[in-house]
Write a protein that binds this ligand. Structure first.
Ligand SMILES: O=C(O)CCCC[C@@H]1SC[C@@H]2NC(=O)N[C@@H]21
Length: 236
């Protein structure tokens, strides 16, 4: 079920309230606009009318795979949705869970967990690409999607793709899921810079993922850094 509201602060915050009240897995909430949209690493997510802002809920079961892999599951579902709409657009995943087209960000994902509840929040630029200083940003419309492809149409497709990827997460080995993610992402040997925190930026080349999904970065002296949280810029 997909509920839509005109305006809220953050669909992630709203979904956490629903989760605390016992909402079941599979519920979706979409807002036409957010005035307190939350991004990764404490950033704000600009949320004007026209784009997709939605959250869904996953209830962790005792024998589920590791919950942090839901970041990869969600990225794959968003990637599936984008390719469903624009099959030839060349969308790629960027660690851990951004969706880009030719270096421009198209969608972002924010997971928040409390107990057995994981709130999965997705923002996708459908009709417009907000100005984000220092960032290249694109939208489905910029990439050629027809005007019939509005945020409601996108969330309906996304809910189906997410359900399929969630079932895959529960049924295949984690290594297989990460291989599927890697096939849709930047390639080993790609140059990148990773911002691990304020003033902590390192450069290297992508060396694939560790077994838990952490990023492996080969530095110029040959050492491998394994990074669990950060912001990746593809360089060169
Ligand atoms: O920084 C990122 O890349 C993640 C952005 C996630 C934004 C979405 S919009 C819907 C949901 N509600 C929020 O407040 N954030 C997420």
């Amino acid at each position: 079920m997909i509920e839509t509201v005109a305006l809220t602060g953050s669909t992630n915050a709203d979904m956490m309230v629903r989760a605390d009240a016992g909402a079941p897995e599979g519920l979706w909430l979409r807002a036409e606009q957010q005035d307190g949209g939350r991004g990764r690493l404490g950033r704000q997510w600009l949320s004007p009318v026209g784009n997709l802002y939605c959250s869904t809920l996953v209830r962790l079961r005792p024998d589920d795979p590791p919950a942090h892999l839901l970041a990869f599951v969600t990225a794959l579902a968003v990637h599936d949705t984008v390719l469903h709409i624009l099959p030839g657009c060349g969308a790629r995943l960027k660690w851990p869970n951004d969706v880009h087209v030719e270096g421009a960000k198209l969608a972002g994902i924010l997971l928040e967990r409390r107990g057995d509840a994981v709130v999965v929040g997705i923002g996708m630029n459908v009709a417009l690409a907000p100005d984000v200083p220092g960032r290249s940003v694109t939208s489905l419309r910029d990439l050629g999607a027809m005007t019939q492809i509005d945020a409601q149409a996108v969330v309906e497709l996304l809910a189906d793709h997410f359900a399929a990827r969630l079932a895959q997460w529960r049924s295949v080995a984690s290594a297989t899921l990460l291989d599927v993610w890697c096939a849709a992402a930047h390639k080993p040997g790609d140059a990148m810079a990773v911002q691990r925190g304020p003033g902590d930026r390192i450069e290297g080349v992508f060396e694939g993922l560790a077994h838990d999904g952490a990023l492996r970065l080969r530095l110029s002296d040959g050492r491998i850094e394994t990074i669990s949280a950060g912001d990746v810029d593809l360089v060169g």
